[in-house]
Design a protein around this ligand. Sequence first.
Ligand SMILES: Cc1ncc(COP(=O)(O)O)c(C=O)c1O
Length: 350
Amino acid sequence: MSLLRKNIAEMAGYVPGFQPENEAEWIKLNTNENPYPPSPRVREAILAELGSNGGNLRKYPDAASREFRQVAAKLYGFDPSWVISANGSDELLNNLIRACAGEGEEIAYVHPSYSYYATLAEIQGARVRTFGLTENGQVADFPEQYTGKVFFLTSPNAPLGFAFENDYIKQLAGRCSGVLVVDEAYVDFATENALVLVKECENVVVTRTLSKSYSLAGMRLGLAVARPEVIAALDKIRDHYHLDRLALVAASAALRDQAHLRETVAKICATRQRFVADLQQLGYRVLDSCANYVFASPPDRNGRRVYDGLYQRKILVRHFTDPLLAHGLRISIGTNAEMDATLAALNEIG
Ligand SMILES: Cc1ncc(COP(=O)(O)O)c(C=O)c1O
């Protein structure tokens, strides 16, 4: 007799991007981390919160993350009742499924995109459906009325890098009976975002992370913008002290320093542009990207061969065994020096 629920006993579990033990020896371009440090205001805020003897840590954090929500709400032009904070946007993706899809009910997402949605649905006992992409980057065979409980749209798409246009997202929202979650983990590197649709459409939720553009993957911070009734539901099911005191002050400090965000994003986008041109010179096919990574395939369309060659040279990128993606690699954009080293290695590998 198993002590576990059947779906938990049978599921495989999500495998995150490889994390080498001796990180400093590697050029790590496999999990879309930001190569630049976060705003200096983040460090100052953490030190101030710690004080001289860490005394504040005796006390529980603000369970409602009021300051973080207020700062985010002001930044994005919403009332704070439309915003929720999270321990990474992964927490929100999980809680959206828990809030909206019961056991046996359906959620869907676009394949290829972020496969963690499927793992979260499996934990909940929800059914999973995937929709492919058409040649021109639209959702293939999407029904006139999709009756599943949650549809996740990753925009910009990971790992391909393109973004869906708002007109199109709005059209999809009108065809969803349930919630349309626009996962905007990478949107700060793009030119358009879907926040306006949260106001225009009753069922659109936008999730964001501070892991990528704000260089805070190590602090685990995310947020969502949605109608107050959805936010209230997400508030009911989250852990009450889900964000610690240091994370909370770091989040507010990071969001307040928009100049730092703009500067970092501009550097990464400039490096991306140069890296794409250099890859094309090497004969690689590179998809247009509005994120901090590119999806590129070598002339022989053997992504695994190039992955192995880079790995031997202590450069980590992401290779997916999925047949739709195995011909290429997802390469995060690092510093100029890291991308130069990667290009030199690719040149050698041939
Ligand atoms: C598309 C997408 N959504 C969400 C996440 C999760 O981000 P977080 O670090 O905020 O949990 C990632 C992380 O890689 C991602 O690629």
